[in-house]
Design a binder for this molecule. Structure first.
Ligand SMILES: [Zn+2]
Ligand SMILES: [Zn+2]
Length: 341
């Protein structure tokens, strides 16, 4: 089902024409639970991977012999979703709670030392035909993203690997890729999701607009808030549109557009070759929250409060924020950079 972002609550460029210079396009991916195949764009789906090409592994030294089994993670989510979606609204029964406790058990895998090559987990694959703005390097039309599901890599997050390839070059498919026997964190196990990419207009993160414009936007927001307070009829904060929440960055998984820097503050990520980087992919903990409801697609508005409807991939990064992946503007195959927000 296509997903449609509602028009922004107001035309911010009419209010601040200079924002036109800070406008960009991003493609919201709109992952939703499904059964994607290897020739489709997906999050958590099977990759179009050649049978004769080695599967990527993590060789970074870290413990990898203790964690949760992937099938237990999926099963726990199924049990809890069934329980919370029951019409009684009472949540899990005693029996279901016991099942969940057992499924959350961590297991030790004998024979894995800290450098045993560990198969990576598929996170996403994006075909250029589906995702405007992917910016695939010359000769390739498919991005595959994998990661190591342990908090033991640069920035203490999961170790991310990007693979660019030409889909037409893939002959026989690897049908049963190796998997890590256990994962350090269930948050890094995606549920299979199909995508409905949708290009949307974004505006640059507020702090990067320059002090003068940033200040005028803040004053304008304060004035709107005061006006709403004076208006007894107004539905308290519900009517207060803010630049940060409603007019700048789209929430959820996306390709391109602008990054949020709400945790660390803006950083200038430069490639090791000296060229600037661009935001390639945002891996997001949720598709919407209370602050970003104006971005909820028209097709999902009835499900806003449905159990876990806003976390279709079940991936959680950082403290529920986003993992932003940047690539070199001169050559996207140069080593990527990440920022956890
Ligand atoms: Zn690793
Ligand atoms: Zn570079």
């Amino acid at each position: 089902m296509p997903r449609t972002t509602p028009p922004r609550p107001l035309d911010v460029e009419a209010e601040f024409p200079e924002l036109a210079a800070h406008r960009g396009l991003s493609t919201r991916l709109h992952p939703r639970p499904g059964d994607p195949g290897p020739t489709e764009s997906s999050v958590g789906g099977p990759l179009l991977w050649p049978a004769d090409e080695p599967w990527p592994v993590c060789r970074t030294p870290h413990r990898r012999d203790r964690g949760r089994r992937i099938e237990d993670v999926h099963e726990e989510r199924r049990v809890l979703a069934r329980a919370w979606l029951r019409t009684t609204g009472t949540g899990p029964s005693d029996e279901e709670r016991e099942t969940v406790t057992a499924l959350r058990r961590r297991h030790r895998v004998p024979g894995l030392d800290d450098t045993t090559p560990l198969p990576l987990l598929p996170l996403a694959q994006l075909f250029a035909r589906d995702v405007p703005g992917l910016g695939a390097p010359e000769g390739s039309d498919l991005l595959q993203v994998l990661w190591c599901p342990f908090d033991a890599h640069a920035g203490h997050g999961p170790g991310l690997r990007l693979v660019w390839r030409r889909a037409a070059d893939v002959g026989a498919l690897l049908t049963e890729p190796p998997r890590p026997p256990v994962v350090g964190s269930a948050d890094y196990v995606p549920e299979p999701c199909v995508l409905d990419p949708e290009p949307v207009v974004e505006h640059q993160y507020q702090e990067l607009l320059g002090a003068e414009l940033c200040e005028r936007i803040e004053e304008w927001e304060e004035a709107a808030e005061e006006a709403a307070e004076d208006d007894d009829e107004a539905d308290d904060e519900a009517d207060c549109v803010t630049y940060h929440h409603d007019l700048s960055l789209a929430p959820g998984w996306k390709v391109g557009g602008f990054a949020s820097w709400s945790v660390t503050g803006p950083a200038d990520l430069v490639c090791s070759c000296g060229a600037p980087t661009r935001l390639l992919l945002t891996v997001a903990g949720s598709e919407w929250d209370r602050g970003s409801l104006s971005w909820v697609p028209v097709e999902d508005r009835e499900r806003i409060d449905t159990y876990d409807a806003n976390v279709p991939t079940r991936v959680v990064v950082g403290r529920g924020g986003s993992l932003n992946v940047f690539v070199c503007t001169a050559d996207p195959t140069h080593e990527h950079r990440v920022s956890l927000q």
